[in-house]
Design a protein around this ligand. Structure first.
Ligand code: ZN
Length: 300
């Protein structure tokens, strides 16, 4: 009996009554029962809403329409990863670091991988375009179908609310193109006493416009190079001889001749890079030093 005494006292205590007539240990029980009832109510509410959602999902023309639309577009509008690249340049001196043009360097790096950058940009623009078509079709489908379905098992106002919420939640995310092209130039002084670093960062729009600039500059350069080569080809040995004879084999600027030990050049009066042509009226004989002095003035 002694072994059962603690158990007995524990079991006995709920039975002991307070003056009000409520058992003294009944409060925790009341709380437990209240929690159970509340949980049961919650569960039934959740079950009710889950059932309503399921019914709306199964019967709504709008949700069926957006489901079909998403299935058709999802692969074409899924956002592509950030278009990322890092370019780094180590400057050879502090002066080199100071006048280093980060954007120009970045443009040359981008141009080296031009095909890759161009196709990655294009792929992202294509997705943005596809998303525009998706949006248009989505709006049309929404107008045509939202609020047009119902089901006897769900209150119309609740049906409409659930349908709208599920519809907007189903809209695919916009594939906003993101680029992150970071270009850094560093310089560390001898013995590593001082370290310098500066960088520039391009987003998608900047990357696009810099690539266009780089392509335009290259096109311009290749045109100039082509024109120079062409004009040089036109300067035939016989045309050279004609000009030398006309100018009496003397520099038209200083009058020096081969007998003075100078090297004579045939020069374009208006440089080819400035639109000058290879015709005798635009050609003159110059000595090397006069020619150099002139080309320095005309540089650019
Ligand atoms: Zn000269």
């Amino acid at each position: 009996m002694s072994i059962h005494a603690p158990l007995y006292s524990l079991l006995a205590s709920p039975a002991s009554t307070s003056p009000s007539g409520i058992t003294t240990l009944s409060l925790p029980i009341v709380i437990a029962v209240a929690i159970m009832i509340a949980a049961a109510i919650c569960a039934s509410f959740l079950a009710y809403f889950a059932r309503a959602r399921r019914i709306v999902r199964e019967t709504s023309a709008a949700l069926s329409a957006i489901g079909d639309l998403n299935a058709r577009f999802i692969e074409r509008v899924t956002p592509l990863p950030v278009l990322a690249a890092n370019f780094t340049y180590r400057a050879s001196s502090k002066a080199n670091f100071d006048r280093f043009d980060l954007n120009e360097y970045a443009r040359s790096c981008v141009l080296e991988r031009e095909y890759w950058f161009a196709s990655e940009i294009e792929a992202r623009k294509l997705r943005a375009g596809e998303y525009a078509s998706y949006s248009n079709e989505l709006m049309a489908a929404g107008e045509r179908t939202i609020g047009r379905s119902s089901d006897d098992r769900v209150k119309p106002s609740r049906y409409k609310k659930i349908e709208q919420r599920l519809f907007y939640r189903s809209i695919l995310a916009r594939p906003t193109p993101i680029a992150q092209v970071v270009t850094t130039v560093t310089y560390t002084s001898p013995q590593g006493r001082n370290s310098y670093r500066k960088h520039t960062e391009w987003g998608f729009a900047a990357l696009q416009s810099h690539l266009q600039t780089a392509q335009a500059v290259r096109a311009q350069r290749s045109t100039t190079t082509y024109l120079r080569a062409q004009e040089r080809r036109l300067l035939t040995p016989s045309l050279r001889a004609d000009i030398l004879r006309r100018d009496a084999s003397r520099c038209r600027m200083c009058g020096a001749s081969a007998s003075d030990g100078v090297v004579l050049h045939i020069d374009h009066v208006v440089p080819v890079s400035h639109g000058g042509r290879t015709v005798s009226s635009n050609l003159q004989t110059l000595c090397q030093s006069c020619n150099l002095g002139k080309s320095n003035r005309f540089s650019g």
